[in-house]
Structure formats: structure tokens, C-alpha cells
Design a binder for this molecule. Structure first.
Ligand code: M6R
Length: 604
């Protein structure tokens, strides 16, 4: 939530900051702002409600070489110019990602009322810093205020009398930093400055950074020097660009076949799943009596696919917990339970906190994470990195598919270790998994046809996604995708459950997207579809049949490539993603940046 960037160097800071913010915009796009040192040593601020392009429009030409920038996802205080970051209080200008939970108490305790002009928690931190800053000792001021703050934060700070220097500190909210020939960089994530260099480090929690145009130094809260642990990025700048596509989302849908191949191929040896390069020993999978999956949103839906699969192959109970709920219920897990946290960003606070809670009960935690070195990856006992590359569109597509693929790997590995599957069957299973990239490509080739059928949905007030078994889990993902980027209300229903109430909402022309890829419940789903069709629904059916022309069943049929039923999820969800995408574009919306949303949800 919120993107932050800082730069001190030998080129124009404004260009670096604005370009970086443009790349970070997926983290929040309510307002944007920059602060920089003028030649006089004074701090100047430009900020506005709106997007980075609106900020660009109000920036003048200046040659400053040190500054900080912010793109906001509003939490405290409306979307106004006043509430946009940076916040300047006296001799301090500051940007913030996170939430200061005790900001009300701080205001009264330290008498800050008169210093505040915005409605944000962030300005309170700026005011507090200014109160403790003596005009000389920037680090002293940081050390004085940080213990007073409750909540999560990543701050970049400019102090008057320290021109050319940026100070930073974080708790939970992410920050990465790098030194390149142009200068020193710090940001919420790498996409902001990847074009300048490939080596970077993750800023440790509670390390105080001082950045000049040539150096980054770090010390802990006791003043002890900290050496950065350098790491190298595994993708290049083009991965974070649109690369000729009109939107990131369309690019990312199209990247799925490669992303899945990158995620699974290095983990197959001799035709069998092999997680030794990930450092996950077979003993991890032994003797497990139950599994709990914790995640949010699409990652949680991927977990539901994992649940269906693992439960069937292993015959052990698998629970999928919404991370934000799991945190506040007594966890029903033991030291023999496996807990799997799933997250693209690796920084979703609810998932992170749920993982922390789970770790109090079991040492068998594993995360499926896309962003290298992220908090969830670092805090779990084992990590299975997905290799989707950067996912920029707010709606998750390729990250969801690689999460599903990871569950297929894990399910096969678990079943092998627990001797629930023969090696031959495991090899067939893995072969099927390797073929899913082709089936996704086959569906992408039908994009034009899928785009046409979405025209029927653009004026709908309500839509329904129905299916049974794995198809029901996909229905949830399809409905979420449609809602978040097209703002069309969508509800996912287990097809057999409709008649217990919701079928009352079906009337003439209501779009129903029906999935029927699971052989063992095929005829049942078709009966459920007939029921809605008989009540006037406009049915779009996805199945592996070559053709269905019976108008008593559906109005439009999308034929999916024929695969083993368990693997149909990959092509089917791609259709659902494309439907959502064209529904959004058809309504003239921006699928990459839907209203009210941000890519990484680092607030509770
Ligand atoms: O980064 P995470 O995978 O932890 O994010 C979880 C959800 O916030 C995310 O999947 C969200 O639901 C997406 N916008 C869905 O498209």
C-alpha cells in the first residue's frame, strides 16, 4: 500500500523520482508527491491528489539531485492535496508507507495539535520527528521517535541542514536499497529503480539508513553498524514494462504459460517433483495429519484449489483460512500440522500475521511467495518461490496460476512421500502439469471470441459464476476478478447450492458463467445449468466438450482443451481472466488500476 522512493545522486532527482513513482503506482494511486532539496538547501514540495501524471504536470524544472517521492493508497484521511505525502513539519519532510496505530495518543501526549494540517497518521510522525530534531542530529531524532510508534512503517525522511542526505527506517513495511553509478536509491520495491542496477539489498527492520549521493550506511537502534546483505535481481527491466501490450494485465495473462514453466520445470527431475534446491527436505512432508492454508484474495482461491487436490490425493483434512479471520480465532493446529502461507507480494499483513501466529504452534510452515526476500518468505520455515516475475496489474493473474501450479507440485510430492501414489502415476501427474502451459496458450488464442461474449455482460447488474468441485473454487476466482476490475457485481456459487435460495435472483438475461470440467459431477452441473437456463439466464458455458449447441443448456460455449480433469483449472481460469479483462476494457475502465484497490495490502 503506498509506494515510496528516495534518490540521492548525480542526475536530476525529479526525473528519477517521477519515473520510479510511475512504476510504483500499482501500490496506490490516490495521490502523489515529491520533496527535494533546492540549491539553497531548503526543502521544496510538490504534491497533488490524482495520479503520477497529475504530479508531473505540476512539477517545475529543477536541478535538484536529492529527493523523495510517494504514491498513496489512502488509509487515514480522504484523497486530497493536503493529505498527499510528503508531509513537511518544520525542518522535516517525510513519506510513509504503513499505519501509525497510536497517532491519536501521540498527538495529545506530545501536544502536536497545532502542528498538524492534514488528517493523516503520517503527519503526526513528521511532527514528532520535528519536535525531537535539534537541527543537527537527524539519527538522534529517529532513535527518539521510533520506540514511540505503534504500527507498521517505512519512512524516507529529509532533514533541513542535511542537504543531499536521505534517512530511512522501516518496521514490517518493505524497503529495498541499492547503490549504482547514478547514486543511491531506496524504494518500496525494486521495480522503482531496476533500470539503474541489478544488485540491491533488503533493508533490515529497524536499521537506520543514511544515504548520500555516493554511500549508504546503516546502523541499528543502538548505533552499531550493519552491513547490507547484497542480492541480485533475477529479472530485467522489461519484465516490469508493458512490452507492447496496452495494459499490464493483458501482458501478465499472456505470460502465464512461461511463468508456469519457469516455476515447475526446475523442480522436476527424473519426471518427479524435486524440492531439494528449495531446501525443503522430504521429512517436511512426512507424518502430516492436517494442513492449513492461509492467504487472502486470489492467493486464498489458489489455496482452495490446493485443498481440493491435496485432500483427494492424500486423504488428510486441509483447511483454507482467510488470513484476516485466522488471526482472530484460536488456531486449530498442532506441532504436526503443516501451515502453508500463500502470497504474491509476500508482504500482505494479514497473511504475515497469520503466519506469525501459526509459527507459535508448529515448526512446519511453508510459504508460496513470488517476491524474493519478502517478509512472508523470510519468516516461514521453508519457501517455495514462484517465478512469475513482477506482477504489476492489481488483479492477480499469472501469480495466481503459478500458485496453483505450486500446489500441484506440493500435492504430488506429499503423495509420493506418504506413499499414496506410485512413481509411475506421479510421473504422469507431472507430465500433465508440464502440459498446462500449452492448454493456457490454446485458450489465449481464443481471446477474440471471449472478448465478443463479454459484450453481453457490460450492462449487467448481477452475474453468477457456478460450478462444482474444482470448478466451484475457480468460480470464486472468476467472480473476484470480474468484480475488482469491471465493478459488475458477481457471485460465485456451488452449482448444487443455487436452488437453496440464490436461484431467486436469476431472471431474464442474467449472465451465468458456468463451469463444467469435472467428469464426476458433469451431469449434475448440467442439470443445475438447465435450471438457471429455464429461468431465463444467459449462460456462458466452459467445458471440455468440443461443441455444445443445445440452447436449453447454454447460449455460448467455450471449448477448453481436453486434459485430465484435475488440470482443467489452468485453461478455465484463463478464460475467466480474459472475460474480466474485456468486461473492464469494454466499460472503458483501466484494468490495471481499479478504483479503491492497491496491489499489496500492508494494512489490516
Ligand atoms: O500479495 P498477495 O498474494 O498476498 O495478495 C493477496 C490479495 O490481496 C490479492 O490476491 C488480491 O485479492 C488481488 N487483487 C486479486 O486479484
Amino acid at each position: 500500500m503506498c509506494g515510496i522512493i528516495g534518490f540521492s545522486g548525480n542526475v536530476r532527482a525529479q526525473d528519477v523520482l517521477l519515473d520510479g513513482l510511475q512504476r510504483l503506482e500499482y501500490r496506490g494511486y490516490d495521490s502523489a508527491g515529491i520533496a527535494y532539496f533546492k540549491e539553497t538547501g531548503k526543502i521544496s514540495i510538490r504534491k497533488t491528489a490524482g495520479k503520477v501524471r497529475d504530479l508531473r504536470a505540476i512539477c517545475d524544472d529543477n536541478e535538484a539531485t536529492c529527493g523523495i517521492g510517494h504514491t498513496r493508497w489512502a488509509t487515514h484521511g480522504g484523497v486530497t492535496n493536503r493529505n498527499a505525502h510528503p508531509h513537511k513539519c518544520g525542518d522535516v519532510a517525510l513519506i510513509h508507507n504503513g499505519i501509525i496505530e497510536n497517532y491519536h495518543e501521540l498527538v495529545s501526549e506530545y501536544g502536536l495539535e497545532d502542528r498538524l494540517i492534514s488528517d493523516t497518521d503520517t503527519e503526526v510522525a513528521a511532527a514528532l520527528l520535528d519536535k525531537f530534531y535539534d537541527g543537527e542530529d537527524a539519527i538522534g531524532a529517529i532513535k527518539a521517535i521510533v520506540p514511540l510508534l505503534r504500527g507498521s512503517f517505512a519512512f524516507c525522511i529529509l532533514f533541513k541542514n542535511h542537504p543531499g542526505e536521505i534517512y530511512a527506517i522501516r518496521n514490517v513495511s518493505p524497503l529495498v536499497a541499492a547503490k549504482c553509478k547514478e547514486g543511491t536509491f531506496i524504494a518500496s520495491d525494486l521495480t522503482a529503480f531496476i533500470e539503474y542496477g541489478r544488485e540491491y539489498f533488503i533493508v533490515p527492520e529497524y536499521a537506520i539508513l543514511t544515504m548520500t549521493d555516493t554511500e549508504i550506511t546503516m546502523q541499528d537502534m543502538d548505533g552499531k553498524a550493519i552491513e547490507p546483505e547484497m542480492t541480485e535481481v533475477s529479472w530485467d527491466v522489461t519484465a516490469a514494462q508493458k512490452d507492447g501490450y496496452p495494459t499490464y494485465m493483458l501482458k501478465e495473462i499472456n505470460e502465464q504459460p512461461d511463468a508456469i514453466a519457469r516455476t515447475i520445470t526446475p523442480r522436476i527431475s527424473g519426471g518427479l517433483p524435486n524440492l531439494s534446491d528449495d531446501g525443503i527436505p522430504d521429512s517436511f512432508f512426512e507424518g502430516c495429519r492436517d494442513i492449513t492454508i492461509i492467504a487472502c484474495g486470489s492467493a486464498m482461491h489458489a489455496g482452495m484449489v490446493g485443498k481440493s487436490l491435496i485432500q483427494e490425493m492424500l486423504e488428510v483434512p486441509v483447511t483454507v483460512a482467510i488470513a484476516s479471520e485466522f488471526r482472530y480465532e484460536p488456531p486449530v493446529i498442532t506441532d504436526e500440522s503443516i501451515v502453508i502461507a500463500v502470497s504474491q507480494s509476500g508482504e500482505t499483513i494479514d497473511t504475515l500475521e497469520a503466519l506469525r501466529l501459526a509459527k507459535k504452534k508448529t515448526k512446519k510452515t511453508l510459504s508460496i511467495v513470488n517476491v524474493k526476500g519478502s517478509s512472508i518468505a523470510r519468516e516461514s520455515d521453508y519457501v517455495l518461490y514462484t517465478h512469475a516475475g513482477p506482477e504489476i496489474a492489481v488483479a492477480s493473474t499469472k501469480a495466481y496460476s503459478v500458485q496453483m501450479a505450486s500446489f500441484y507440485l506440493l500435492a504430488c510430492k506429499l503423495a509420493l512421500v506418504q506413499k499414496k501414489i506410485s512413481e509411475d502415476d506421479a510421473k504422469k501427474f507431472m507430465e500433465n502439469l508440464q502440459n498446462v502451459s500449452d492448454s493456457i496458450s490454446a485458450v489465449i488464442a481464443q481471446s477474440d471470441k471471449i472478448e465478443q461474449l463479454t459484450k453481453r455482460m457490460l450492462n449487467a447488474n448481477n452475474t453468477f459464476f457456478i460450478g462444482r468441485g474444482l470448478d466451484y473454487t475457480l468460480s470464486m476466482e472468476g467472480a473476484l476478478k470480474l468484480k475488482e476490475i469491471s465493478y459488475i457485481h458477481a457471485e460465485a456459487y456451488a452449482a448444487g447450492e443455487l436452488k437453496h435460495g440464490t436461484i431467486a435472483l436469476i431472471s431474464e438475461g442474467v449472465p451465468v458463467i458456468a463451469l463444467a470440467t469435472q467428469g464426476h459431477v458433469y451431469s449434475k452441473v448440467i442439470s443445475n445449468i438447465r435450471e438457471v437456463k429455464a429461468r431465463g439466464a444467459y449462460v456462458i458455458l466452459l467445458s471440455m466438450d468440443e461443441k455444445i449447441t443445445d440452447r436449453a443448456i447454454c447460449d455460448t460455449h467455450i471449448s477448453l482443451p481436453k486434459v485430465d480433469d484435475r488440470f482443467a483449472v489452468f485453461s478455465a481460469v484463463t478464460v475467466l481472466q480474459i472475460i474480466a479483462y474485456y468486461a473492464s476494457v469494454g466499460k472503458g475502465l483501466d484494468p490495471d488500476q481499479p478504483r479503491n484497490l492497491a496491489k499489496s495490502v500492508t494494512v489490516e
